[in-house]
Design a protein around this ligand. Structure first.
Ligand code: GLU
Length: 417
């Protein structure tokens, strides 16, 4: 297994490893290695200059044994069927680790949203949704935001679907704005869940957030909100980066001022109250907690032995290669894997879906305290396996998750025989 493997090779290899570890039923293992179904759709869009571009969109359902297919939609130039499939598999495990009643899915469109106007993004979103209008549904497949998609895009998905069925259906998509059935607390939920996982770990280690220094790669939804929450809770955020550049200040950065600067200039690059660093340097900064909250495969065998943080909490999906996993484990790092550390997002998506189906909405305090309950329980389940089985926390999380999925599959049996 090398760092060059694509995300799908990594996801399948991880499944193979856990299958061996838990002695997984061979037929279940075989079934879990492939996605249940993949959709590929062409999305023609009239661009602002009058020309027509055709974007390729994907939606993959990995497994729906525990409930409807659930997972975000990503807009990024590097989106492929393989990447979407890997991400859908990770969603299956993520929903199972936190024990919410969903299967795993992911969607994506290969496009560069940074170079598209709001109108072009709306047309693309509506066409992608209408191509998949018979796939999406509150009982079948519920999309959500992911890399470079946001609540506005979810509102367009909700509207396109609702127009097609003839009534407003908030349950078809999560991560929506509040006025169209979004949940309080959903916007920062991935980061809040990540913070809860970090706090559970700190408690086990008899440490306090006030004594921690934090570096965060990525200053989008997950990175920004993580910076704000950890800063407000007393942690010192000393380094942050976005896709262009990073900024470092050992005395601590104020995430809100940094966000204001980014909103004005388009990047954290050149922020006056800190030293300029690269994304690679950020990962190797001398800090106690590192949160990779951008894209896949950034911690690999090339830099894993230079990571100084004692705690790594994966805000992004798949930021660590399997080789790097081993190196970090051997170096005694505490490594909270994506399927646990960023599961707060899908957990509050679940709350949003439940509220939407019932047309009855909760307070932000209720949302956050239920999220804490789910994250704490998931952390304890994983920590127990980590301690007793002497495996890394990714393997421990997978052991919890794959067993749950396998149990559901065995109970439901194989259709039609
Ligand atoms: N895209 C997020 C994730 O990877 C959220 C998915 C969801 O809420 O369905 O977990």
């Amino acid at each position: 297994m090398s760092d060059k493997d694509n995300a799908l090779d990594v996801a399948v290899r991880q499944l193979d490893m856990v299958a061996e570890q838990i002695n997984l039923d061979t037929a279940i293992h075989k079934r879990l290695r492939s996605p249940a179904r993949c959709y590929i759709v062409a999305c023609p869009v009239r661009m602002d200059d009058g020309s027509v571009e055709v974007f390729t969109g994907y939606r993959v359902h990995h497994n729906t044994s525990r409930g409807p297919a659930k997972g975000g939609i990503r807009y990024h130039p590097d989106v492929t069927l393989d990447e979407t499939t890997a991400l859908s598999m990770w969603m299956t495990w993520k929903c199972a680790v936190v024990d919410i009643p969903y299967g795993g899915a992911k969607g994506g469109v290969a496009c560069n949203p940074k170079q598209m106007s709001r109108g072009e993004l709306q047309h693309l979103t509506r066409r992608y949704t209408s191509e998949l209008v018979n796939v999406f549904g509150p009982r079948t497949d519920i999309p959500a935001p992911d890399v470079y998609t946001n609540p506005q895009i979810m509102a367009w998905i909700m509207d396109t679907y609702s127009m097609s069925i003839g009534y407003a259906e908030p349950g078809v998509v999560t991560g929506k704005p509040i006025p169209v059935g979004g949940s309080l607390g959903r916007f920062g939920a991935t980061s809040r869940g990540c913070a809860y996982a970090i706090y559970s770990l700190l408690e086990k280690l008899n440490r306090r957030v006030d004594d921690e220094t934090v570096a965060i790669q990525g200053f989008g939804n997950v990175g920004y909100n993580a910076a704000e929450i950890l800063h407000d809770d007393g942690g010192k955020v000393i380094a942050v980066s976005d896709s262009k550049a990073g900024v470092y200040n050992p005395k601590g950065l104020d995430p809100r001022l940094l966000a204001k600067y980014k909103a004005e200039t388009g990047s954290v690059q050149g922020y006056p109250d800190g030293e300029s660093i690269t994304n690679e340097e950020l990962l190797e900064i001398d800090c106690s907690i590192l949160i990779p909250a951008a894209l896949e495969n950034v911690i690999t065998s090339r830099n894993a032995d230079r990571i100084k943080a004692e705690i790594i909490a994966e805000g992004a999906n798949g930021p660590t290669s399997p080789d790097a996993d081993e190196i970090l484990y051997d170096r005694g790092k505490y490594h909270l894997p994506d399927v646990l550390a960023n599961a707060g997002g899908v957990t509050v998506s679940y709350f949003e879906w439940v509220q939407g189906l019932e047309r009855y909405f909760w307070t932000e305090e209720e949302v956050n305290s239920k999220l804490k309950g789910i994250m704490d329980r998931a952390f304890e389940n994983v920590w127990h396996i980590y301690q007793t089985e002497k495996v890394n926390m990714r393997m421990a999380s997978y052991m919890v998750a794959v067993k749950r999925v396998a149990e559901a599959m065995l109970l439901r049996g194989l259709y039609p025989q």
